[in-house]
Each structure stands twice: as C-alpha cells, then as structure tokens.
Design a protein around this ligand. Structure first.
Ligand code: 173
Length: 318
C-alpha cells in the first residue's frame, strides 16, 4: 500500500509543474478587498486551465508592493502583472488616470477604437499591455462626516487619489492623498472630513463605522484593470498569449455583475444608517458636468499629446 502510494506520487509531473512558466501578479488594492477575492478565484481557474502552459503566482497586495508603486513595478518588470487602477500609477505616465472618464462600457471601447488607443498609450508610455478592464458600473462618490447643502467643499479636508483631485479641488476642498489602506486611520483620527470612493467596497475595511453621509449623484466610472509588463508579453508564445487573452476576457465579460453589486452596496449603506445628501435636477447635472470638466482639464493639461483624443474616444455625445 505504502509503495503504491509512493509510486503514484512519483508519477505526478512534479518537475514539469515546477517548470511551468509563471507570471508574478500583485494587487494594488488591499488583500481583503472584494475585487481581490474575486481575482483569487479567477486565478485558481486560470491555473487549472493553464497547467503546464502558463500559470499565475499571486504575490500579494500593498504589503508586497505599496499601492502607488505597483505601476512602476509592472512597467520595469519587477513583477509581471497587476490588478490596479490608473489613478495609482500616474507616476509612470499621467494619462493612466483618464480611464475613470470613459462613458461607455469596455465592450463598446473595444469596438469604437478607444481600447486600441489605450493599448497604444499604455505600451508607448508605460511599457504595459492593457489586458482587460475588470471593474465597471461603479460610480465614484464623495463620502462625508460633515453635512453640506450645496456642492461646496470649502473648509473640508478630503481624502483623495488622483481620481478626485481636480474635481474636489475645484469644489474648494483641501485634499490629501492616501492609499486605500490608510483611509480608516485617517477617518478615525479625524485627519479628514471625508473621502472619495466608488459606490461599492466601503465595508471591506470597515469605513462604514466612520462614515455619516454619502453625496449623490456619483460621477465617473471606477476602473480596475489587469496590466502586464510588455517584455513579459513578448516572451510568451502563441498558446500562452491566447490563454492570457481568453481568460482575462472571460473575467471582463462578467462585468455586468458590478451593476448588482452597486445596488447591494447602496442598500447596505442605507441599512447601517449612512445618510444620503442628494443633489437634484440642475444642481445634480452641474455637479456631474463639473466633475468631467475638471477631470478632462486635468488630463489635457498633463497630456496635450493624448488627452484630447482620449476625450473624443471616451465621451458619449449627447
Ligand atoms: O483609492 C481610490 O479611491 C481610487 O482611486 C479607486 C479607483 C478605482 C477603484 C477604487 C478606488
């Protein structure tokens, strides 16, 4: 019996498994965030499909590589791949933050030329392959601990990333950048009066305990994507590339899920007593228009070369 078990074990392709080409992957979002849970399930499946051909090795979240360093790590090849958002790697190239401004689903971006243009800029300026957008339908919101009765943030200190900087600054806020991992402490210590974040995810790190109000409407669309170092891509063979494109696309094709998640998270916020400060009618329209105006002005200022074309490709004409 023991001999048999040993023989069976010896027959496993251990050496082959150890040699399977592997891409190192990190997340710029904290490990306990919902997107990461979803990513890990996907990786498990990827590795089952890719056995002997190509596998993914999840290294970790911001404890492995700090949130705002992840883009550099992918660009230079310290890691091969990452789940991140453009706002976290404006220190590689500033156009990265423009993806928050897309007004059509990524499926449409793949048809209207926007996706190809993103590929071009990401390769040229970031040494990156933009594989897939894996979060959509998640508008950003302003969350507050002090009430406001109009879109005026004078005297308020707000936690931001590049996503919100131009808009909240235009509304008069004093802004302070932190990684998601530092938001709770900033709220707890009263260092900030509020923060920007998408509709979903505030429960992942217990921010609901330190949040009184959400301001509606939301604005932009949160973008989280898979990016790959371009040199790593060049080293892959046809079958490996095919696996990578197929699997990342499968994940992207499930983005409709985020619509349900947005609804559930909205209800969950109401349940724990987070009150909604709601701008209506013309004031709401003005608020959202100002968000896009400030956002695009910021992008075009840092990228007169690509900004205007991105605006044209990312905007739905009304
Ligand atoms: O940290 C942030 O608020 C941020 O920029 C972001 C971007 C995309 C998804 C979630 C958060």
């Amino acid at each position: 019996m023991r001999r048999l078990a040993f023989a069976a074990l010896a027959a496993l392709p251990l050496a082959a498994a150890a040699q399977t080409p592997t891409l190192k992957l990190v997340s710029a979002f904290p490990e306990n965030s919902f997107d990461v849970t979803r990513l890990l399930t996907w990786i498990e499946n990827f590795n089952a499909e890719g056995k002997g051909l190509l596998e993914l090795n999840f290294i970790g979240g911001p404890k492995a590589i700090p949130t705002f360093e992840v883009g550099k790590a992918v660009s230079t090849g310290v890691v091969d791949m990452a789940m991140s958002t453009g706002a976290f790697y404006t220190n590689v190239f500033p156009e990265s933050d423009a993806l928050k401004l897309t007004q059509m689903p990524v499926a449409e971006q793949r048809r209207n030329g926007a996706f190809d243009y993103i590929q071009k800029v990401w390769a040229e300026k970031g040494n990156m392959i933009y594989l897939a957008r894996i979060v959509e339908y998640q508008p950003f919101h302003l969350y507050l601990n002090k009430p406001i009765d109009k879109p005026d943030l004078k005297g308020l200190k707000i936690r931001i990333t590049p996503v919100y900087r131009d808009f909240f600054a235009a509304l008069g806020a004093t802004v302070m950048q932190t990684a998601p991992g530092e938001v709770y402490t900033a709220l707890e210590r009263g260092v900030v009066d509020g923060y920007g974040w998408p509709i979903g995810g505030i429960f992942d790190n217990n921010w609901q305990e330190r949040t009184k109000f959400r301001v509606d409407p939301g604005f932009y669309d949160a973008e989280v994507s898979l990016i790959l170092n371009q040199d790593a891509w060049k080293k892959l063979g046809a079958r490996q590339r095919d696996l990578l494109l197929t699997q990342t696309r499968l994940l992207e094709n499930r983005n409709d899920y985020w619509k349900i998640y947005a609804q559930q998270e909205t209800e969950r916020q109401a349940k724990v007593g987070i009150k909604v400060i709601k701008f209506e009618g013309a004031q709401a329209r003005q608020y959202v228009d100002e968000a896009y105006e400030a956002g695009w002005a910021g992008i075009i200022k840092v990228s007169p070369q690509y900004g205007p074309k991105m605006r044209e490709l990312f905007t739905v004409k009304r």
